[in-house]
Design a protein around this ligand. Sequence first.
Ligand code: ATP
Ligand code: MG
Length: 432
Amino acid sequence: MSHIIILETLHKAGYEGYIVGGAVRDKIMGLTPKDIDIATNAKPLEVMELFPKVLPTGIKFGTVTVMIDDEGFEVTTFRADGNYSDGRRPEEVFFSETILDDLSRRDFTINALAEDMNGKIIDIFGGVSDMENKIIRAVGNPMERFKEDALRILRAFRFSARYGFEIEPITLEAIKEAKEGILLISAERIREELTKILMTDNVQKTFSLMYETGILKLILPEIAKLYGKEQNHPYHIYDIFEHTMKAIESSVKEPIVRWSLLLHDIGKPIVKETVDGVDRFHGHNVQSVTISENILKRLKFSNSFIEEVLELILHHDIQIEATPRAVRRLKSKLNSTQIETLLKVKEADIKAQNPEFLDRLDTLSEILELSTLEPPISVKDLAINGYDVMELGYQGKEIGQVLNTLLELILENPELNTKDSLLKFIPRKTFH
Ligand code: ATP
Ligand code: MG
């Protein structure tokens, strides 16, 4: 309730103060808001004078962060945005004296609500009734609003996905008209919105709508290409696009897992071969890796995220038997976190295939169980090391080769991992 102190302090000093945006929306829906933003007619410097601890976090845009008991609250001066010359960010920020202006510049009616210190809701655009009717509707003229800032197109899909709301028809029409504007939006902002959409329960519905409106083709053309691509195979009852979407929805809500699933079959159309009426996609994992690397770099993901996702895509289709031997092999290639994540990907992949073959899920849990029992094995776990091999006359690269051969042996026969028996398996060097 610390935010009430801020509203009261502003009020006592003769200013207005409201909770605005997502916090009001989430409270009305009975959800816990992530953070509470406050809007006021006090200017940033005036706000700074009123509270003992204030950080100038975005003073140019009218935002300061007021600290109350180690919790930060963004307090932003009422704004009326200036011209948008390029469909991106406002050129300059105009402060305003009225909450009306501040609410008018917001994107959707459900986000254009304010609440005063007595809990009274200010609802100029019908946000509360749109919330009751589960509708995403642009504030003001939708076409103008999307032209001003095309990121709002993806925000519309994001809020629709998160809450299971429909995009109101005129707003949806404007999205179709204004869609090219998305090409001006930075990769990072597109990436963040896509990730948020992927983390919801309505991925299939939302991506299908993004396909139908033409947005998907502009931001992820490689995924748009999967739409309606049949796969005639006993394991599959859905086309590639539907399968991809269902796999995402069947999975845990972790960005790594969901991005991997979005991209895991993206290479299928390239390698498709039909033999006796059955489609084969031999080597699609490798193609998927190549295409995905392109996409992930274009969206400016971090190198570590890209590496992890590509690793999962490469291995998503490997057959692993639920035997100690097979699991030891897997553990020599991937660490335990990677294996756990891979099994999450495989589980979702199987769940989105033909339900007749769901018994493959049992194999996955057996693998997981075995992988907690089997210790990880790598060259450094061998009972001998490089020096021992060197003493037998091996040099340079040969040493690594010998150790790797011994590792293969140990993965199959762990009981042979003693110095004596390993030495017996190393061929004697003949000296000339
Ligand atoms: P979340 O719960 O995901 O944080 P949010 O509604 O708080 O959702 P933010 O991106 O944090 O979303 O933005 C806070 C508020 O600022 C929004 O509720 C909306 O009123 C306004 N807003 C944010 N981005 C835009 C935009 N591109 N155009 C217009 N208004 C925006
Ligand atoms: Mg927010």
